[in-house]
Ligand binder design. Structure first.
Ligand code: ATP
Ligand code: MG
Length: 422
């Protein structure tokens, strides 16, 4: 027996409807905001992520699924959704279209992480990317897209936390202050953070180790080091959220894990799913497109973990649509009925009905039991008597009523609710 790889999950047939429900809701919310879908490859040249995501990030350092293809090129399975979209934006000259370019994706994402609840090696993300809009209105709209989705799904327990980490110039001044604060405390920090101290001290604020958290609680905050333009942008984002009545909290410890962020960063956090509580993370990344070879292009977006979204919905007991069930189960009860059964199944399917037919040569009792188990709404019974009388017996499985009617899809559909209890 070969098992599923660690940190991956099957979506089983009986659960697929929940995924469809989430994905359909995502697609519909995207439609409301006039965001079109983009699909990019599952693997890209490794270089794209080195340049796009940044080689000081955990993702690039430790978590990428990188392999050499048969042509000797280094390839990497998508560790996040944004870099591929930025590459496609440049490569397909989407910047030549009327701007902004608003895109969404639903994609698997691969990260070599320690598997635990809410943390997988293959997970899925719904993400959106807005290219070409530097206005704080775009930041606010991006957050609104996530909030609209949560509202549609009936999720009311996610809190929005926002921060601004400024531009590279603000970052230089901030890093000086942060290093000065951390210098004397380095010995009490985790080995990863000691490494971050030189390469990318901002990331220390994102550390989940208790010791580091305690130290960074009193650390200087990026908001105090913003240049005038970044400060104004941040204030306008807050004013925009206020204007639409969206609740948020300013959290100076939100810095996000990826190098490409500038100015706005945000997370939607669930209090219910423990340490892996971030369902959606995003922000602005004005330097990404240039970093991967395009012209400077402002950009803002988010990535939402679909498994964590599902977990949140499940904890809240949200229904997530309905399991699929046949409208009709057709039960031929003798050899001669099989032709008619197949014929009626085809007619009913042409009429848009979901139909299952006996494929195991079962007897009547077993067929009815099976039809009940799979939740069929109606069973069409065809035995010797029915064949002789040119009729079929349509049984409504909810009410138990049976109706004798002509053997045609139209008559079978019309029989609904007209039968007698027998
Ligand atoms: P975390 O801090 O939890 O590691 P992250 O900062 O690495 O998250 P992002 O790269 O911003 O996460 O990804 C966007 C979203 O994708 C996250 O908010 C989360 O919901 C989801 N996500 C990230 N990594 C995983 C994973 N390994 N398994 C399941 N979902 C994940
Ligand atoms: Mg992570």
């Amino acid at each position: 027996m070969i098992n599923i790889p660690k940190g991956t999950k099957d979506v089983l047939p009986q659960d697929a409807y929940r995924w469809h429900y989430l994905e359909n809701t995502m697609r519909d919310v995207a439609r409301l905001f006039c965001i079109d879908e983009i699909r990019t490859p599952v693997f890209e040249h490794t270089e794209l992520f080195l340049r796009g995501v940044g080689d000081t990030t955990d993702i690039v350092n430790k978590e990428m699924y990188t392999f050499e293809d048969k042509g000797g090129r280094s390839m990497t399975l998508k560790p996040e959704g944004t870099a591929g979209v930025a590459r496609a934006f440049i490569e397909n000259a989407l910047y030549a279209n009327p701007q902004p370019t608003k895109m969404y994706y639903i994609t698997p994402v691969f990260r070599y992480e320690r598997p635990q609840a809410g943390r997988l090696r293959e997970h899925h993300q719904f993400g959106i990317e807005y290219f070409g809009a530097s206005s704080p209105l775009a930041d606010v709209e991006v957050m609104t897209v996530a909030a609209t989705l949560f509202k549609r799904l009936g999720i009311g327990n996610l809190s929005l936390r926002i921060n601004s980490i400024g531009c590279p110039e603000c970052r230089v001044r901030y890093n000086v202050a942060l290093r000065a604060y951390l210098q004397s405390r380095l010995d009490d920090m985790c080995p990863v953070c000691r490494e971050r101290f030189d390469k990318n001290p901002l990331r220390i604020l994102d550390c989940k180790e208790a010791g580091c958290k305690a130290i960074t609680a009193q650390a200087p905050v990026t908001l105090d080091y913003l240049c005038d333009e970044c400060r104004t942008h941040h204030e306008q984002v807050c004013a925009g959220l206020d204007a639409i009545g969206m609740a948020y909290e300013i959290d100076p410890h939100i810095v996000r894990g990826l190098d490409y962020y500038t100015r706005t960063v945000f997370e939607f956090i669930s209090s219910n799913i423990g340490a892996q509580g971030t369902v959606c993370g995003g922000g602005r990344y004005n330097n990404l497109v240039e970093q991967v070879g395009g012209k400077p292009t402002p950009a803002v977006g988010f990535g939402m973990g679909i498994e964590r979204l599902l977990l949140t919905c499940e904890q809240l007991g949200l229904p997530l649509g309905q399991a699929y069930a046949p409208d009709y189960y057709i039960a031929p009860l003798c050899e001669d009925a099989k032709g008619l059964a197949a014929n009626l199944a085809a007619q009913l399917r042409d009429a848009g009905k979901a139909v299952s037919v006996d494929l195991l040569d079962r007897g009547m009792k077993a067929q009815l039991k099976y039809a009940n188990k799979i939740g069929a709404r109606h069973v069409v019974l065809i035995g010797e008597d029915e064949l002789a009388g040119n009729r079929v017996n349509v049984k409504d499985m909810t009410t138990g009523e049976s109706t004798m009617t002509q053997p045609s899809a139209t008559a079978i559909v019309a029989a609904d609710g007209k039968g007698e209890r027998i």
